[in-house]
Write a new protein. Structure first.
Lengths: 300, 373
């Protein structure tokens, strides 16, 4: 194996900084880039090329123009609506909860309980969450039946749980804890001394919120809201388990276009829709990054 | 090169193994039976030598046969009892028709590839090139419209679209017409067995409602309109009806195949089925023997068993209508008790053609989501 021309390498020798040979520092990040390449870049490229491939295999814009079909446009609007609604509800409720936690004892039971519960509940999406709601608030859920026995029919005007309003409620369940987690660091960055400074200069609570805390927190709040939007926009398993009829949101339309056994399978169109979702999420995340940058200027 | 020699040895061993396995397969089967190309049991010298060849193969790979569907749970053990020595490997029992085809393609050439499939007609007609022609001994009993002339596929069992319901959850305890479903007593109770833009069963459900409401096999619009009204009345449950939603009571009224519905009586006592007389929509599944079947003799023996009186009566016991039913009723070989237990059907059966199903499916793809929004 070893040729005579090369110096023997002592295996016990420690690498010397600035020594000869190839730099090996990149080795540590290789797994990350391989991972990103395989599971983010490659699928995106496949989706991108598939979107522009027609049924005959040639270059085509047919898939992209099919996005205007009424049932697809409707699902896209539904997706955006439910994402905005659940993001706003989650952001407001989550911010209030985070504020209550931030102003409390930093080592108290409340804070520890809320943050650890949020950590768990923010991940409590998907099939389990859908079934939890079906079992409690579905047509035969025990909360529904209990209220019915006491004269309250929550579904008197139709079973809204399986509609957009129900979906918004279910999504809010994982949006609020996520908001607590991502907004709490921003609130912690607000120092009590700033309030004291406002008061010593003659300002009241309104002045403090209007001129100090508000402007400082606004970018963080908006940024977190955008994150929640992206979170809801891409959610699939929850809605797939909850609403199995009519492809109410875009991820379900995409899934149906892949799995139909009645001849409706159109992988090209599905990829075009996925591309549209990537574009929307990319725009949202770009705005999020810009807002985060603005936030971090003040709140370190 | 020293390092690579174990690899080479391994390769040689693998080739040798394949050769031995291949020789073993041909040498142990009787010379009179080349099962791979046999198009009838006579080509193999009768059922006994077919069994001998199948026994030499030792196994049969079946796929996507749920034990609670059309009585597969009784048919597979009955086959094993009649032909001992053949191991039945049942893969992916909950798989779809499309997944059966995918398995044939993905496992091609391996010993795990499916030998036989039981698939919906849409999937069968799109993949006929994968199947070897074979005519079972009882071939002439199968109606001409329900088989491919050379034996590439042949339907095995089927039934009619019906509306299954739990009588304790329905006003009056019986369902007599489809328009009843719009009444206030059916609030949040009526479901389909899937999304009709995806599921063939649900698509046939919408076609059935359309025909019952004055539409036809060519005009599914009235069915979509009906579900729109059903939704407006608050009676439609946008959930895929399954045995689980029936047991829990989430979908007490479910549009589905009558032979699947009839089996729910085990889980919901008193479960009933209504098949509208003016809209009796039929659908059959089909058998096919894979060209690349790793156990070609066992595959043919399996088909002979399914289409024997015993096999056909076992389908019947599972509430499915076997394809030889008419002939067996005439010859008196039908299991009369099982036949009497079938859901009652009074109308003339209608079978949507592939073109009609495709047109209905195309209409639904653009209209369904809006109708039930």
């Amino acid at each position: 194996m070893t040729s005579a021309g090369e110096p023997a390498v002592d295996p016990a020798a420690r690498p010397v900084r600035g020594g000869r040979g190839l730099p090996l520092t990149w080795l540590g990040v290789t797994p990350f880039f391989v991972y990103v390449g395989l599971f983010l870049v490659l699928p995106s490229l496949i989706i991108g090329s598939g979107s522009f491939t027609g049924k005959d295999g040639g270059l085509s814009l047919e898939n992209l123009s099919d996005i205007q079909k009424p049932y697809i446009a409707r699902a896209l609007i539904n997706s955006i609506t439910v994402s905005i609604a659940s993001a706003l509800a989650g952001a407001i409720a989550g911010a209030l909860l985070a504020y209550a936690v931030a102003t409390g004892n930093p080592h108290g039971v409340l804070r520890r309980t809320v943050t650890s519960a949020s950590g768990v509940l923010a991940q409590f999406g998907g099939v389990t969450l859908a079934f939890a709601f079906i079992a409690t608030m579905g047509t035969i859920g025990f909360v529904t039946l209990f209220l019915k026995d006491h004269g309250i029919d929550i579904f008197a005007n139709g079973v809204w749980l399986y509609e957009l309003s129900g979906l918004t409620l279910v999504y809010t369940y994982f949006q609020i804890p996520l908001m607590v987690l991502v907004f709490l660091p921003a609130l912690d960055g607000i120092r009590p001394q700033w309030r004291e400074a406002t008061e010593s200069l003659g300002g009241n609570t309104w002045h403090y919120w209007r001129c100090v805390a508000g402007p400082l927190l606004a970018p963080a709040f908006l940024g977190c809201t955008l994150l929640l939007f992206a979170n809801a926009f891409s959610a699939y398993a929850t809605v797939a388990a909850l609403i199995t009829q009519g492809s109410i949101v875009l991820p379900l339309v995409i899934s149906n276009l892949f799995t139909s056994e009645t001849g409706r399978a159109q992988p090209g169109l599905a990829k075009a829709l996925a591309l549209a979702m990537i574009v929307i999420v990319a725009i949202v995340m770009l705005l999020y990054t810009l807002l985060q940058r603005r936030t971090s200027r003040w709140l370190r | 090169m020293k390092l690579s020699s174990p690899v080479r040895q391994l390769g040689l061993a693998a080739i040798a193994f394949v050769l031995v396995a291949a020789c073993g397969g041909t040498s142990s089967a009787p010379a009179s039976c080349s099962a791979k190309t046999a198009t009838s049991v006579a080509d193999c010298g009768g059922i006994d030598s077919l069994y001998a060849a199948a026994k030499a193969e030792g196994a049969l790979n079946v796929i996507a046969l749920p034990l609670d569907w059309a009585n597969w749970g009784e048919i597979i053990p009955a086959f094993k009892a009649k032909y001992p020595g053949i191991k039945v490997n049942s893969a992916n029992p909950q798989g779809s028709s499309q997944e059966e085809i995918d398995a044939i393609n993905q496992l091609a050439g391996t010993k795990d590839a499916p030998d036989v499939v039981d698939v919906g007609m849409k999937v069968m007609l799109a993949n006929t090139q994968l199947f070897a022609p074979y005519k079972v001994a009882t071939w002439s009993d199968i109606p001409a419209a329900q088989k491919e002339a050379s034996g590439v596929w042949f339907q095995d069992y089927g039934g009619y679209m019906g509306i299954g319901y739990d009588p304790t959850k329905v006003p009056g305890g019986t369902l007599n017409s489809i328009s009843d479903l719009l009444g206030s007593g059916f609030k949040s109770k009526v479901a389909l067995a899937g999304d009709p833009t995806i599921s063939n069963q649900a698509l046939n459900g919408v076609i059935m409602i359309a025909v019952a409401n004055g539409g036809s096999l060519d005009d599914v619009a009235k069915g979509v309109d009906f579900f729109k009204s059903l939704k407006a009345a608050g009676n439609f449950v946008p959930v895929k009806g399954t045995i689980a939603t029936i047991k829990s009571g989430q979908t007490p009224v479910l549009v589905e195949w009558d032979y699947l519905s009839a089996a729910h009586v085990k889980d919901v006592p008193g479960w009933k089925i209504f098949v509208p007389a003016n809209a009796t929509i039929g659908g059959y599944y089909a058998q096919g023997i894979s060209k690349g079947a790793p156990h070609p003799a066992a595959a043919r023996l399996w088909e002979e068993f399914l289409y024997s009186d015993q096999g056909q009566n076992l389908f019947l016991k599972g509430y499915a209508r076997p394809v030889r039913m008419d002939a067996m009723v005439k010859s008196g070989r039908v299991d009369a008790t099982a036949a009497a237990a079938l859901p009652k059907v009074s109308g003339t059966p209608l079978f949507p053609s592939q073109a009609q199903s495709a047109a209905a499916s195309a209409y639904l793809s653009s209209k369904w989501a809006q109708a039930i929004a």
